[in-house]
Design a protein around this ligand. Structure first.
Ligand code: HEC
Ligand code: HEC
Length: 333
């Protein structure tokens, strides 16, 4: 999604206007499908929520919504009239841009070309896609991987280092993002704005929903990646490609699921159950929520059996807490 100012953000509600590029056969059919749905839902009036807008669950786009809503952002700082010409307003807007278009805004921090919103879909405002509305007020919070209290800034900095694989780019260790880097502060400003009106310390009902129930977890050694590969070929390959690098669908392109451009092996998504929890409720994008717990775990086991960048500081993780069994890129005891 390209976002330069309020106008382009608002008009991005209506993807029909965007011309598809780099189309190949499979996704063309897909795009036709997506556009056909949109013709019904899109009024062409920028910024106005109509009765035919996306299905919502509270402030979030409903988990059942399909890829036709991929371009929707329920709440953007560009449409918030209460944000005056204060420096903080600019910071909130910058944070929004970084979150939704990380590689363009801060290429040095996103060497693989993935945006925060690839995983936290619709700018962190989609149900069961790791939504971040109302989450800022829960920090500081204990982080098990680090074994210490994490501020929101700590959390965001780690997302850059691991999910965005900043450590795999060109920055020297001293230049890596910290909780007080300008980019991290800008994203903090956006996420804090997104939590305005939420109760501090109260878990919103939509937090932590991307998990597979403990009773449904299958031991990692019983998850056969070859079975996952077959599911991938059936239900994911049209959009993610046989090489896992993502296929352009209009101006949307999923990030690399493995290989040098993907999240690194110290990321949350490099854990099988964590990745399965994401996939189970948000993918496949035209039919989200319809995989079984087992299928989601198998396909996650396949994706996390692939090579990905190495996070260089894994030895500092899980020194207080027990290493989780699904952290498959760590040396298990
Ligand atoms: C590859 C997918 C992926 C990408 C890309 C990604 N994240 Fe995350 N993020 C996750 C997962 C998975 C979690 C859940 C916690 C975990 O790591 O186990 C998470 C958790 C978070 C949390 C904590 C949420 C909570 O409820 O406590 C924040 C804040 C966050 N991410 C911000 C970001 C930001 C900012 C970026 C971009 C710089 C980003 N994420 C990029 C996958 C991703
Ligand atoms: C209809 C197209 C489509 C299908 C089918 C699909 N995806 Fe996606 N997927 C996407 C798009 C597009 C994104 C980026 C999300 C966004 O930016 O809104 C994405 C994002 C993801 C992400 C987040 C990280 C990234 O690489 O962007 C994962 C993980 C993922 N998909 C896994 C799967 C799996 C596993 C399947 C099959 C079970 C699947 N997807 C099927 C289109 C699809």
């Amino acid at each position: 999604m390209r976002m330069l100012g309020s106008q382009s953000v608002m008009s991005s509600r209506c993807p029909r206007r965007q011309r598809p590029r780099h189309m190949t056969l499979g996704p063309t059919t897909l795009l036709v499908l997506v556009v056909a749905h949109l013709a019904v839902g899109c009024t062409g009036v920028p910024g106005r929520q109509t009765s035919s807008g996306p299905a919502m669950t509270g402030p979030l786009i409903a988990a059942s919504a399909t890829m036709v809503t991929a371009w929707e952002v329920p709440k953007t700082p560009f449409a918030d009239a209460s944000l005056g010409p204060l420096p903080l307003s600019d910071e909130i807007k910058r944070g929004f841009r970084i979150f939704t278009d990380t590689p363009r805004e801060v290429p040095q921090l996103a060497p693989g070309g993935m945006s925060c919103s690839n995983c936290h879909m619709n700018a962190g405002q989609r149900e069961k896609s790791l939504p971040l509305v109302g989450v800022a007020g829960l920090f500081p919070e204990y982080n098990r991987r680090a074994g210490r209290l994490f501020s929101l800034g700590d959390r965001i900095a780690e997302c850059f280092l691991r999910s965005e694989n900043t450590t795999g780019g060109t920055l020297s260790p001293e230049e890596l993002p910290t909780p007080t880097s300008p980019e991290v502060l800008a994203v903090s400003a956006y996420l804090t704005w997104l939590s305005r009106g939420s109760e501090v310390g109260k878990n919103p009902s939509w937090r932590g929903q991307n998990t597979i129930a403990a009773a449904a977890l299958i031991p990692v050694e019983k998850l056969d990646p070859r079975k996952g590969e077959a599911i991938y070929g059936d239900r994911c390959v049209t959009c993610h490609g046989a090489d896992g690098q993502g296929v352009a669908i209009g101006d949307k392109k999923a990030g690399p699921l493995w290989g040098p451009g993907s999240w690194n092996d110290g990321a949350g998504a490099a854990r099988i159950y964590t990745l399965a929890g994401m996939i189970r409720y948000s993918m496949p994008y035209l039919d989200p929520g319809n995989m079984t717990d087992e299928e989601a775990q198998l396909v996650a086991a396949f994706i996390n059996s692939k090579p990905r960048p190495v996070y260089p500081y894994k030895d500092r993780d899980y020194r207080t807490e027990k290493l989780p069994a699904d952290a498959v890129y760590y040396s298990q005891p």
